[in-house]
Design a protein around this ligand. Structure first.
Ligand SMILES: [Zn+2]
Ligand SMILES: [Zn+2]
Length: 219
């Protein structure tokens, strides 16, 4: 089984996730956006062994605590290379938005690409490149439990903003409709902000990318 734990961190209330194999306790830490003591608390409580730090994208609210998390957990960091520039800007972003003690540029150990997979204990996870919110935005899909971590690409009833550098609404739309929706209506998603949901609900009624919106009813 895949066990999922959540902490809502930082001034933008970003969702940080720990996804662990219930048998081996091996885990992946997703988007440590700050408030490391709380994240480390979750990991200790579950007695999890974090083997990787996965960044869905390079924005400060998802990556501010990555360097410290790596130091504390001894786990390698991975992200898509197209978000390198965002990581380089972490100190500036952190200062601008008031992230306490965060914003250190992390040393990246692995630049992941679309389609590659890794194991988390007995679970398999697959990287899906979903550009649009940022050029390097990626989702992490667990085909066993049919669960996907979408970062800031798809939210419950919304989508990520595309007005920042590297953002592109057409790309975002394509990523969601061509990469995330095909995972299946019954797939569950955990996103970068706000509540989790079902892919099928967004396929039908998401006001930006759902069927109704694409028919023009909300344009
Ligand atoms: Zn973002
Ligand atoms: Zn965010």
């Amino acid at each position: 089984m895949l066990v999922v734990r959540q902490a809502v961190v930082g001034p933008f209330a970003a969702n940080c996730w720990v996804a662990a194999c219930s048998r081996t306790k091996e885990a992946v830490l997703i988007d440590p956006g700050g408030e490391l003591p709380r994240i480390l608390g979750l990991i200790e409580q579950g007695d999890f062994q974090v083997r990787r730090i996965f960044l869905t994208h390079g924005h400060v609210d998802h990556a501010a605590g990555a360097a410290e998390a790596k130091r504390r957990l001894g786990a390698p960091i991975q992200i898509h290379a197209a978000d390198k520039e965002w990581l380089a800007q972490l100190p500036r972003q952190a200062e601008m938005f008031g992230f306490e003690g965060g914003g250190e540029v992390p040393e990246v150990d692995h630049w992941h690409v679309h389609g590659e997979s890794f194991t988390v204990g007995e679970q398999t996870a697959q990287v899906l490149h979903t550009p649009g919110h940022t050029r390097g935005s990626c989702a992490l899909w667990f085909p066993g439990p049919r669960l996907v971590f979408t970062g800031d690409t798809l939210f419950s009833g919304s989508v990520g903003r595309t007005d920042l550098p590297g953002g592109d609404f057409g790309e975002l739309q394509r990523s969601i409709t061509a990469v995330l929706f095909p995972l299946g209506d019954d797939a569950r998603f955990h996103c970068g902000h706000g509540p989790s949901g079902l892919v099928g609900d967004e396929r039908r009624s998401n006001p930006f990318v759902g069927e109704d919106a694409r028919r023009g009813r909300f344009v």
